[in-house]
Ligand binder design. Structure first.
Ligand SMILES: *Cc1c(COP(=O)(O)O)cnc(C)c1O
Length: 361
């Protein structure tokens, strides 16, 4: 048999949330009765303005997209008060994670991540044969002092997700700013802000790039904007860093429909406001209900909550049979925990009812 590159043998495989149709086929359930609270998707769906833009764009699908993504990049730059040249579009912000690997990792290079970091960082690190330094977490969140200590002359990338997925923890504004400004110039800080919209009082991190050119901020339309299925995200960087990331991408990776939808979603502040409102209320509700059941949970600033249930995989399977899809945390070495996405109030209640049933059986 043909031999693949040796490092592929140790490459972890990303385990996504199970799709509704998949579970329906597997367990012989009606897909209409299944709820998915597994991938931090928007419980309200896409913005109505994005849906209209998708309809309009559909008729232009025989054209290649604008490979420069000019309209969307210009709108993002304007919103952030930066230059168009500082914005890089991705096929989801996951693709940006790969771009920084292409541009800055190589065999022997080091990267620093936290315990319980988003699984894709490690996958990309190993894909480029980097040495991964995983720093133990503090209260399920980043220990920035220890991460700073883990930097060596060979360190190229430092990944930080704020809020962190899957734990929902955040770093205070002052701590985050101090850390970023203190990182030596030979390392790139990759700040993953996939859940930025859910923060009460976010630090203006793109503005830090003027002071600190070795910083990339990554954001996505998959979560608060509800466009996960279209795969569109972006990175914000110093123009010289952005130019490197542009070099390593395929010409048309951000598709025409996604670009149009994202542009419309960006302007629909009302939809984002409503989403944040539903998520904030639903998250408080879930946390209160977990506390009432004496289930430990990590207080979350994202649209999901990590909760300790005993045998996470068993609970995951039990809930699935009830038609409720969540995530077990085996891959994150948190076997006693599950992660549930905040849904609509109706979905949250259904999840709790099923959870009670599964835990009492
Ligand atoms: C969801 C998520 C992303 C991005 O997902 P895309 O759909 O690829 O934009 C990135 N980082 C974290 C931590 C996430 O949870």
């Amino acid at each position: 048999m043909l031999k693949p590159n040796a490092h592929l043998a140790h490459l972890p495989v990303y385990e996504p949330g199970r799709p509704v149709e998949d579970v329906a086929r597997d367990l012989n359930l009606d897909p209409a009765t299944i709820i998915k609270l597994a991938s931090n998707e928007n419980p309200l769906g896409p913005s109505p303005r994005a849906i209209q833009a998708i309809r309009d764009a559909a008729a232009r699908s025989h054209f290649y997209p604008d490979g420069n993504g000019f309209m969307l990049r210009r709108a993002l730059a304007k919103k952030l008060g930066l230059d168009v040249e500082q914005i890089v579009l991705g096929n989801g912000s996951n693709e940006l994670i790969e771009f920084v690997g292409h541009a800055y990792l190589a065999p022997g290079a080091e990267m620093v991540i936290s315990q319980y970091a988003f699984a894709v960082y490690e996958i990309v690190g190993k894909m480029f044969q980097a040495t991964i330094r995983e720093v133990p977490a503090r209260d399920h969140g980043h220990d920035l002092a220890a991460m700073r200590q883990a930097i060596t002359p060979k360190t190229r990338l430092i990944f930080i997700a704020n809020p962190n997925n899957p734990t929902g923890t955040i770093i205070s504004r002052t701590e985050l700013e101090r850390f970023i400004l203190d990182v030596p110039d030979h390392c790139l800080v990759v700040l993953d802000e996939a859940y930025q919209e859910f923060l009460k009082d976010p630090l203006n991190t793109p503005a830090l790039i003027a002071k600190k050119p070795n910083l990339v901020v990554m954001r996505t339309f998959s979560k608060a904007q509800g466009l996960a299925g279209l795969r569109i995200g972006y990175g914000v960087a110093h123009r010289d860093v952005a130019a490197q990331l542009q070099k390593v991408r395929q010409p048309f990776q951000a598709n025409l429909v996604a670009q149009a939808a994202a542009l419309a979603a960006l302007e629909d502040e009302e939809h984002i406001r409503k989403t944040v409102e539903v998520v904030t209320a639903g998250r408080s509700f879930l946390e209160k209900e977990f506390a009432a059941r004496k289930l430990a949970f990590v207080p979350s600033q994202g649209n999901f909550v990590l909760v300790k249930v005993g045998d996470g995989r068993k609970v995951f399977e039990g809930l699935m049979r009830e038609g409720v899809i969540i995530r077990h945390m085996h891959g994150y070495k948190l076997p006693e925990w599950i992660r549930v996405t905040v849904g609509t109030q109706e979905q949250n209640q259904r999840f709790l009812k099923s959870l009670d049933k599964v835990l009492s059986s």
